[in-house]
Design a protein around this ligand. Structure first.
Ligand code: KIV
Length: 265
């Protein structure tokens, strides 16, 4: 089976093939998402919220990201595995950003990294690319700026901020990123950016005109209670798990499980 690569993702935009991306944090889920034909698996720092129960993504460490990326990479045959650079791992110096990106690839088995931010990240992006690692950018409602934004708030709502975001996207493209996540921005802004750059945009809460889409897998499966406006629930997994576990509890308590068919002679 042919592995998805960064050059192939750029080609997909040229062919106008839509790109699918989902988040993954563990082996079993990664293998299912891969088997279903998802192009990109992001080991997102949303793991801090949906796996570890924090209120934001800011608590995630490089060790968390490496460990979950290792598990995801073991489950994947075709999809490209993208490791997320956690808060504090790429802002302090270019040298640290390069070292940490290398650890995500060397120890975590990531095939690319993603980092949040615009022109202030260009030097780090150059350094990481020089190390041979493809970089995915991330603009708009970047969750690591939670405190600066004053919460998870839609960005680029004014003409001025929309223009600024477009300029940032163009700068990231010139820096050499292979794709760009656009999160939590008006669809018209995402459309304009998508039409203005040659690399693919991957939207989340950014409307239908991006070159691809990403959702947090736990959100789209209905496994996590939080539901933003942009999330379509394809399953109500929490309800199904609740029913199954309630039935298990009741069968153990009334001794209907296990009967002898689940027992060794
Ligand atoms: O961390 C994450 O899961 C992300 C996606 C929501 C794009 O950054």
């Amino acid at each position: 089976m042919k592995k998805v690569t960064a050059p192939e993702i750029i080609e997909m935009k040229k062919r106008q093939d839509k790109i699918t991306m989902l988040t993954a944090y563990d082996f079993v889920m990664a293998s299912i998402l891969d088997e279903a034909g998802t192009d990109l698996l992001l080991v997102g720092d949303t793991m801090g919220m949906v796996v570890h129960g924090h209120a934001t993504t800011l608590k995630v460490t490089l060790e968390d990201s490496i460990r979950h990326t290792q598990a995801v990479a073991r489950g994947v045959k075709r999809a490209m595995v993208i490791g997320d650079m956690p808060f504090g791992t790429f802002q302090i110096s270019v040298e640290e950003a390069i070292r940490n990106a290398i650890r995500l690839v060397q120890e975590g088995n990531a095939e690319a990294i993603k980092l949040e931010g615009g022109s202030e990240r260009v030097a780090a992006i150059h350094g990481i690319l020089d190390a041979g690692i493809p970089v995915m950018g991330h603009l708009g409602l970047t969750p690591q700026s939670y405190y600066r934004f004053g919460g998870f708030k839609v960005q680029a709502r004014t003409e001025e901020t929309a223009q600024y975001l477009l300029k940032e996207a163009v700068e990231l493209e010139s820096a050499g990123i292979f794709s760009l996540v656009l999160e939590g921005i008006p669809w018209k802004v995402a459309k304009k950016i998508t039409e203005s750059i040659q690399i693919p945009t991957i939207g989340i809460g950014a409307g239908p005109y991006c070159d691809g889409q990403v959702l947090v897998t736990y959100d789209m499966l209905g496994y996590f209670d939080f539901k933003a406006k942009f999330v379509k629930r394809y399953l109500n997994l929490k309800e199904q798990i609740l029913k199954a576990v309630q039935q298990y509890n009741s069968e153990v308590r009334d001794t209907t499980f296990p009967d002898l068919s689940y027992s060794y002679e």
